[in-house]
Write a protein that binds this ligand. Structure first.
Ligand code: UDP
Ligand code: MG
Length: 339
C-alpha cells in the first residue's frame, strides 16, 4: 500500500489486522531507560492479550540517537509481542519519529508512548478502554495540572493555544500531549494527510471523529534528561502555529490598518493646526520614535510573512520527513521464550 505522497508503507497491516494495537515509542538517547520501558510495555501487551484478546506489537523508532539506543533496541526480546525497530539516518525529531511509527504500524490502532517511561501503562489501559468499550477514535491525554512548571512557560502555552485556536472550528485542546491512542480509522485518516510539516496534536484533532481527553499525572523521568530547550519549544510552537493558523497574518494586516488610520488622523490634526492656528512643527524626537516604531513593526510583520513563505518552500521541496537506516521485525513466535 502506498500513501498518497509516495511513502511506501512496508507492512500493509491495516486491512489485514484490524484488531490489534501498535505501540509506537520514539526514542532519542534513551539507552538507559529503554529496557525498563520495554519490560513495562511487554507486561501491558500480555495483559491486553489476556483480558481483551488484543494483539499488540511494540514499535521502537530510534531517532538518530548518539548513545547505544539502537543496540539496546536491537537486543529487546519479543516475548509474547512482536517488536519492530526502525532507526533513522540522523535525528529528525519526535514528530518525524511518530510519523514513521504511524506509517510502519502493522496493526490498526496506534498508541504513542514516550521511551523515558513517563507515560504510565495504567493510563494507557484507560485510553484503550475508551477505544474498545466506548468507541472513541482519538483518545488524547493532558497533564492534570501545571503547578510545578514556571509561570512564564504556562503563560507562553496559554498564549500559543489562544492564537492557534482563534476563530477555528476544530479547536486543538490546550495541554494535550503526544501520549494518545488512535483508532484504526483515525490512524488511517492521519496517514492520508500529505503535509510534511507535522504537528500531531493539531492534526489528530483536525481529523475529527469521536474524541475524548483523559487527565493524567506523568511519572518522573528515571534516567536521562528531557530534550526540549526553550528555543526548541519556540521553533515547535512556530511550526504548529504556521501549520494551523493564519491569525498572525491577519493580525499583521489589522495592526497595519490601525497604525495607518492613527497616522492619517494625526496628519489631519497637524495640517489643521498649521493652516488655522499657524503653529510651527515642533519636536524631532517624536518623529524619530515614530519612524523607529513603524520600522520595528514592519520588520516583525515581514518576519511573520517569512515564516509562512519558509513553510511553503519546505512543503514545495517535498523531501521525505525521515530516512530509515535500519528496519527489523522480530515476531513473538521467532522467540523461543515466547509464551
Ligand atoms: N524524542 C525523540 N526525538 C527527539 C527528542 C525526543 O524521539 O529529537 C523522544 C524522547 O526519546 C522521548 C520523547 O520523545 O521518548 C519525549 O521526549 P522528552 O522526554 O525529552 O520530552 P518531555 O517528556 O519533556 O515531553
Ligand atoms: Mg519525557
Amino acid at each position: 500500500m502506498t500513501a498518497n505522497d509516495g511513502r511506501v508503507i512496508a507492512f500493509p497491516g491495516v486491512e489485514t489486522q484490524p484488531f490489534g494495537l501498535t505501540i509506537v515509542v520514539p526514542a532519542y538517547n534513551e539507552a538507559e531507560a529503554l529496557p525498563h520501558t520495554h519490560a513495562k510495555l511487554l507486561t501491558l501487551a500480555h495483559l491486553l492479550k489476556e483480558r481483551r484478546g488484543l494483539s499488540v506489537e511494540l514499535l521502537y523508532v530510534d531517532d538518530g540517537s548518539r548513545d547505544g539506543t539502537l543496540a539496546v533496541a536491537r537486543g529487546l526480546k519479543a516475548e509474547g509481542a512482536d517488536v519492530q525497530v526502525i532507526s533513522f539516518s540522523r535525528n529528525f525529531g519526535k514528530e518525524a519519529a511518530l510519523l514513521a511509527g504511524l506509517d510502519q504500524a502493522r496493526y490498526g490502532a496506534v498508541l504513542f508512548m514516550d521511551a523515558d517511561g513517563q507515560h504510565p501503562t495504567a493510563v494507557a489501559e484507560t485510553l484503550i478502554a475508551h477505544w474498545l468499550d466506548d468507541g472513541y477514535d482519538v483518545v488524547f491525554t493532558y497533564k492534570a495540572h501545571r503547578r510545578d512548571e514556571p509561570w512564564l512557560r504556562t503563560f507562553f502555552v496559554n498564549a500559543f493555544y489562544g492564537l492557534v485556536n482563534a476563530g477555528v472550528r476544530q479547536k486543538i485542546p490546550a495541554d494535550a500531549g503526544d501520549f494518545r491512542l488512535l483508532s484504526p480509522r483515525a490512524a488511517q485518516a492521519l496517514r492520508q494527510l500529505p503535509e510534511r510539516g507535522r504537528f500531531f496534536k493539531g492534526l489528530s484533532s483536525w481529523v475529527g471523529f469521536r474524541q475524548i481527553g483523559v487527565p493524567y499525572e506523568p511519572d518522573p523521568r528515571r534516567q536521562g534528561e528531557a530534550k526540549w530547550s526553550f528555543l526548541g519549544l519556540l521553533a515547535f510552537s512556530i511550526e504548529g502555529l504556521t501549520s494551523f493558523s493564519i491569525v498572525p497574518l491577519r493580525m499583521a494586516s489589522l495592526f497595519g490598518a490601525v497604525l495607518a488610520s492613527i497616522a492619517f488622523i494625526y496628519g489631519l490634526v497637524i495640517m489643521a493646526e498649521t493652516l488655522f492656528f499657524g503653529h510651527s512643527v515642533p519636536g524631532y524626537p517624536s518623529l524619530f520614535v515614530g519612524i523607529m516604531f513603524i520600522g520595528g513593526v514592519q520588520l516583525l510583520m515581514i518576519g511573520v510573512l517569512g515564516e509562512y513563505i519558509g513553510k511553503i518552500l519546505s512543503e514545495l521541496k517535498g523531501r521525505p520527513v525521515y530516512l530509515i537506516g535500519e528496519h527489523l521485525l522480530k515476531r513473538a513466535a521467532d522467540n523461543p521464550a515466547a509464551s
